[in-house]
Design a protein around this ligand. Structure first.
Ligand SMILES: Cc1ncc(COP(=O)(O)O)c(C=O)c1O
Length: 435
C-alpha cells in the first residue's frame, strides 16, 4: 500500500496532466488517458525532409522511377560499403528478399527457423512449399538455440534461417559450424539488425546471405524495403536476376524470376535516412538507457539488455513480465497502457507454430516449444525512436510502475469491464499485423 501511495504522488509531481491517485484514474478503468496522442512502438523516423524532397524532385525531372535507377545503385553501394560486403541487392521488402534468397541458395524440403519471429520468416518458406521446422529459443537471449537446431536436422533439411532478433546477433559461430558439418545453407533474417555488429563485424556479413528490412516501422526505413547482402558473386548474380523477372538482357529471360525491385523514391528515402542514421541510433540509445535506469529494480520485470561493446540500433525496448511476481499479466498491462495511449505491443504472440496455416497442419500438431510459448506469453515492447523523449519515457515508466503496483486491482477492474463490454485488442497498432 505504501508503494501505491508513493507512486501516485510521483505521478502528480511528474506531470500535471496525469493525475492518477487511484486505480480508477487509469484510462482502462474509466479515467482520462495520460497522453492525448498515441505513442507507437515503431513510429517512422524521418531524416532531412528538404534533402528527401530535393532527391524526389530530381528523380521526377529525370523520369527514372524504378529499374535500378541512380538512387538504387547509390543506395546499394553505400549499404554494401557500410556493412563491408561485396553485394547489396535492394528490394521492395524483406519478405520478397527472403523468398528470393531462399530460392537462390537452393533451399528445399525442410528449413529450420525459430517460431519466435515475425511470421514472414516462416511464410517466406511455406510460400515456396518448403516446410519451416520450428526450433525453440534460448530464454536468456530469445535467439534460436544451436543445440536444438542440431536435433532437428533430418535428411530433408537443406538450410537454416536464424533471426537476429531485436538486433542481437545469433550465435553465428556455432550455427556456421553446424551448417558446414551438415552441408546446410544459412540465410540470416536480419530484419531487426541493420547497423548492428557482432565481435566487431557488421551483421550482414554472416552466412550465405543476410536479409535486412527497411519497413516503415524499422528505425531506418525506405517506406517499404529490404535488401539481401552477400559476398558470394554467383549468388548475388542469381539474386539480381531473380528480383527482375530473370531478365539477363533487354528481352532475354534466363531464370524464373519475380518482381522484387526497390523503387527510386524508396532508395531516395534510404539515402536520406542513411545521412541521419547516427542520430536515429543515438536517440534510441539515449531512450534505452533511460528505460534501463527507470526499470532497474522493477520486481517481476526483466528488460532485455544489449551488449554495449558492440554496435546496436537499440530499436526495441523489450520487457518480460513474470505474472507470478507482478500479479498482473502481460496482456492486461498492455491493455492498460494502450488505454493511456501508450501503444505497447506484445511480440510475437502466439508464435508462428500457433498461427495459420501451421497450427492446422498435421506436422505441427504435437510440436513442443516450451521456451517459445512461455516467452510469447510474457514479452512486450514500449515506444522508442524520435517520437519519444525524456518526458514521455519518464511518464510511461511511471505508468508501468503504477499499474504493476496495483496489479490485482487493475486486473479485477479489467475483468469487470470486460464482462460488460468487448475487450480492447492487446497491443492494438495502426493496422492489423503491422510488423
Ligand atoms: C523478423 C522479421 N522478418 C521479416 C520481416 C519482414 O519484413 P518486411 O516487412 O520488410 O517484408 C519482419 C518485419 O518486421 C521481421 O520483423
Amino acid at each position: 500500500m505504501a508503494l501505491v501511495a508513493q507512486v501516485s504522488v510521483m505521478l502528480n509531481w511528474c506531470e500535471n496532466q496525469m493525475v492518477k491517485n487511484r486505480v480508477h484514474d487509469l484510462a482502462i478503468l474509466g479515467g482520462e488517458p495520460a497522453f492525448s496522442e498515441k505513442l507507437y512502438v515503431g513510429r517512422p523516423n524521418i531524416g532531412n525532409r528538404e534533402r528527401l524532397l530535393d532527391r524526389i524532385n530530381q528523380m521526377l525531372d529525370n523520369r527514372w522511377l524504378s529499374n535500378a535507377g541512380p538512387y538504387v545503385q547509390e543506395f546499394e553501394q553505400r549499404v554494401a560499403d557500410m556493412i563491408g560486403v561485396k553485394h547489396c541487392i535492394a528490394m521492395c521488402n524483406a519478405t520478397i528478399a527472403l523468398e528470393i534468397a531462399i530460392r537462390a541458395t537452393g533451399m528445399k524440403g525442410e528449413v529450420i527457423v525459430p517460431s519466435f519471429t515475425f511470421v514472414a520468416t516462416a511464410h517466406a518458406l511455406q510460400w515456396q512449399e518448403i516446410s519451416p521446422v520450428f526450433c525453440d529459443i534460448d530464454p536468456s537471449t530469445h535467439l534460436m538455440d544451436p543445440q536444438k537446431i542440431e536435433e532437428l536436422i533430418t535428411p530433408q533439411t537443406s538450410g537454416i534461417i536464424p533471426v537476429h532478433l531485436w538486433g542481437q546477433p545469433c550465435n553465428v559461430e556455432a550455427i556456421g559450424e553446424i551448417a558446414r558439418r551438415r552441408g546446410l545453407k544459412i540465410v540470416y533474417d536480419a530484419a531487426h539488425a541493420f547497423a548492428c555488429s557482432h565481435k566487431g563485424e557488421m551483421i550482414g556479413t554472416f552466412g550465405d546471405a543476410e536479409v535486412f528490412s527497411f519497413h516503415a516501422t524499422k528505425f531506418f526505413n525506405t517506406f517499404e524495403g529490404g535488401a539481401v547482402l552477400t559476398s558470394d558473386d554467383d549468388l548475388a548474380n542469381r539474386i539480381r536476376l531473380m528480383k527482375n523477372f530473370g531478365f539477363t538482357g533487354y528481352d532475354q529471360v534466363e531464370y524464373l524470376g519475380i518482381n522484387g525491385k526497390m523503387t527510386e523514391p524508396a532508395a531516395a528515402m534510404g539515402l536520406t535516412s542513411l545521412e541521419s542514421i547516427d542520430d536515429f541510433v543515438e536517440v534510441n540509445r539515449r531512450n534505452y538507457k533511460l528505460y534501463q535506469e527507470e526499470f532497474a529494480e522493477l520486481w517481476g520485470v526483466r528488460m532485455l539488455n544489449y551488449d554495449e561493446s558492440q554496435r546496436n540500433n537499440f530499436q526495441y525496448i523489450v520487457l518480460e513480465i513474470d505474472e507470478g511476481a507482478t500479479r498482473i499479466s502481460r496482456d492486461d498491462l498492455v491493455q492498460a497502457l494502450s488505454a493511456e495511449n501508450v501503444m505497447a505491443r506484445r511480440y510475437f504472440y502466439p508464435g508462428c507454430h500457433r498461427m495459420e496455416p501451421y497450427r492446422s497442419m498435421e506436422r505441427y500438431r504435437n510440436i513442443a516449444l516450451p521456451e517459445t510459448e512461455l516467452l510469447a506469453s510474457r514479452v512486450m515492447s514500449l515506444p522508442n525512436g524520435t517520437v519519444v523523449g525524456e518526458n514521455e519515457i519518464r511518464r510511461i515508466c511511471d505508468l508501468v510502475r503504477f499499474v504493476l503496483a496495483n496489479g490485482p486491482e487493475v486486473t479485477a477492474g479489467i475483468r469487470k469491464r470486460m464482462a460488460r463490454a468487448a475487450p480492447a485488442v492487446p497491443g492494438e497498432a495502426m493496422a492489423p499485423g503491422r510488423n
